[in-house]
Write a protein that binds this ligand. Structure first.
Ligand code: UDP
Length: 252
């Protein structure tokens, strides 16, 4: 059997041609990067966990009517997704100050924000994904005003859903990043949620202890990164124990 054609390789995932036109296979790697690729490592088992966590979240979002690119999980590292045209924005939603907003605006990390804030960054590694305003997005045709409206309302629905879902298992959703795509169906175009939702793209703190259970453990050298991701999966009822890389087959 010949290997599927690689369409795109990102920092944490690879996209392969799918089995049918209009589909892709999204493969989750164990690679972790931070600070615009300046810090790199391989975290054994991370890809397996993110595949499962993202599957769980996308499926549940689909059930409440949020359109996503997700079709189904194929195996422990791959999922079948719909091919979309990615809108070149990183959409960030924040409930509590942390990371770049704390640095930019001098708000102490952990301070609750007066309301949920949605920010846009232009997806461009060379420029370091700069923060942009809606003015820039429409002026440079990265997305239309209708698409921005759809993106904001979908992001706020995702935020409400995820905040409740995580709160139920003792986790506080501090912030997260989403990506959206254009799904072409005949003459229609729909804005759908794409990429992944995992501890790589969310800040998740234990409600009781404020312990970080997300990629900040890697960014800030706090250790036990995959263990924390496995704990998120365990609390959500997805996986009973952490994956053993040597025994990958067991997770198929
Ligand atoms: N984020 C992400 N990819 C990025 C930038 C940010 O997934 O390229 C996520 C990040 O994990 C956090 C949220 O978006 O959950 C807000 O990130 P922030 O702007 O504070 O940037 P950071 O501190 O991660 O540089």
């Amino acid at each position: 059997m010949s290997r599927r054609k690689k369409i795109y390789e990102g920092k944490a995932k690879i996209l392969y041609e799918g089995p049918e036109p209009g589909t892709l296979v999204q493969y989750f790697k164990d690679d972790a990067t931070a600070f615009n690729n300046k810090k790199k490592a391989t975290l054994e088992g991370k890809g397996v966990l993110n595949n499962r966590i993202s599957e769980f979240i996308m499926l549940n979002l689909g059930r409440i009517g949020v359109p996503t690119h997700f079709i189904r999980r194929l195996n422990m590292r791959e999922q079948l997704v719909r091919e979309v045209e990615i809108i070149p924005l990183e959409v960030i939603c924040r409930n509590v100050a942390a990371g770049s907003i704390s640095q930019r605006l001098g708000i102490a990390e952990g301070d609750p924000l007066p309301r949920s804030i949605v920010e846009f960054c232009y997806k461009n590694d060379t420029l370091g994904d700069p923060l942009v305003a809606e003015e820039h997005i429409t002026a440079f045709n990265w997305a239309s005003t209708q698409e921005i409206d759809d993106i904001i309302s979908l992001t706020l629905r995702v935020n409400d859903f995820l905040s409740g879902m995580f709160a139920a298992v003792g986790i506080r959703l501090i912030d997260f990043k989403l990506e959206f795509g254009r799904l072409y169906e005949g003459d229609m175009v729909r804005t759908v949620l794409a990429d992944e939702i995992s501890p790589d793209s969310c800040r998740l703190w234990d409600i009781e202890t404020n312990e970080k259970m997300d990629k900040d453990r890697f960014r800030r050298d706090l250790g036990n990164v995959t263990e924390a991701y496995a704990e998120v999966a365990r609390r959500l009822g997805i996986m009973k124990e952490a994956p053993r890389a040597a025994n990958d087959e067991a997770w198929k």
